[in-house]
Design a protein around this ligand. Structure first.
Ligand code: ADP
Ligand code: MG
Length: 339
């Protein structure tokens, strides 16, 4: 007998959790992305103690079939892709089937879900990766996920967590950006019972900008719009008089996914060029739509990085669109500029 064995599923999930669940904000991100993928129009997020004690995400999406609910928590279980070629045309935020088993391996989790409006639902409770309750329940259509005591069984990771304010900051930042990415979804975010963000889900991105950054900021944003054969660009950029000390005010959204992209940032900054003082940065929400085959999202488990297959063309489009928006407002200050 050799010495090499395949690890059991629970241990494999705990190892994956080390990568997928870095901190409470990772849990919020994965649960909210699942809610977005489920076609939800409202998503309510509440957390306590920076998410370390309690995270709850309730959506009104299409729910999980009762017979699927335990499977959803198995490693590499996903309803979003099924063949190798699907990997090259991903239209959903998730596809790896790793989030739920990873989160469940390092917390006490309850999932209550119903795929019908009839109230028939299923409830499961998983503690440290072991299913302890699996029973019929009553709930409206959608999914209600509660994650308690994150990292209770991985003390080394728990010790590494920062102050509650720091963890809350990471979560807030993520929720602000996913709300900016999806103006058609009504988000509510509460920490220890206090509402920190509420968006209306009307599809008006300027309303979300106002909710996140304040109405005065929303008033000095300029719309940008452009397209070429491959890419569609929409969004808002700040007038040059509104600047920030860092790039954190730049939100890039690609096919509904909030990402970090050096290429997009560079193109944007290049367009402002000398309009910005040295070491000052604009506020912007840049949304790009493209055929999924032009995009590789399978770069990192967090899916925050992507690769564009036609990056130079994309940079040119962004730079031209932003330049045009800036020039237009300088030459013809119409009623639109005070909106
Ligand atoms: P992935 O999102 O990569 O598919 P997850 O582990 O996050 O993997 O979720 C596994 C599966 O559980 C999803 O593919 C989906 O079918 C189902 N699921 C998870 N969350 C929800 C939700 N909020 N609403 C509906 N289905 C969900
Ligand atoms: Mg997912």
């Amino acid at each position: 007998m050799g010495k090499i064995k395949v690890l059991d599923e629970q241990l494999a999930n705990q190892i994956a959790a080390g990568e997928v669940v870095e901190r409470p904000a990772s849990v919020v991100k994965e649960l909210v992305e699942n809610a977005v993928d489920a076609g939800s129009t409202t998503i309510d997020i509440s957390i306590e103690e920076g998410g370390l004690a309690f995270i709850r995400v309730v959506d009104n999406g299409f729910g999980i079939e009762a017979s699927d609910i335990v499977t959803a928590f198995q490693r590499h279980a996903t309803s979003k892709i099924s063949t190798g070629s699907d990997l090259f045309r991903i239209a959903s935020l998730g596809f790896r089937g790793e989030a739920l088993p990873s989160i469940a391996a390092v917390s006490r989790l309850q999932c209550l879900s119903s795929e019908t409006a009839s109230g028939l639902a299923r409830r499961i409770v998983i503690e440290g990766g072991t299913v302890t309750i699996d029973e019929p329940a009553n709930a409206p259509q959608g999914t209600d996920m509660t994650v308690r005591d994150l990292f209770y069984n991985t003390p080394a990771r728990l010790k590494y967590m920062k102050a509650i304010q720091t963890e809350l900051g990471h979560i807030s930042d993520y929720i602000n950006r996913i709300a900016l990415a999806h103006p058609g979804i009504a988000f509510t975010f509460k920490h220890n019972g206090n509402i920190l963000l509420r968006t209306l889900g009307t599809g008006d991105r300027l309303q979300v900008i106002a909710a996140v950054y304040g109405t005065n900021t929303a008033k000095v944003m300029l719309p940008v719009e452009a397209e070429n054969a491959d890419y569609e660009l929409r969004g808002y950029i700040s007038k040059p008089e509104l600047t920030r000390a860092n790039r954190n005010g730049i939100t890039a959204v690609v096919n509904g996914r909030f990402i970090r992209s050096h290429a997009i940032n560079q193109a944007l900054l290049q367009a402002y060029h000398t309009l910005l003082p040295i070491n000052r940065f604009p506020l912007a929400v840049i949304e790009l739509g493209m055929h999924p085959s032009l995009l590789d999202v399978n770069v990192h488990p967090s899916k925050m990085e992507v690769r564009f297959s036609k990056e130079p063309e994309l940079r040119t489009l962004i730079e031209a669109a932003v330049k045009q928006a800036l020039t237009r407002q300088r030459h013809i200050p119409g009623p639109d500029s005070t909106r």
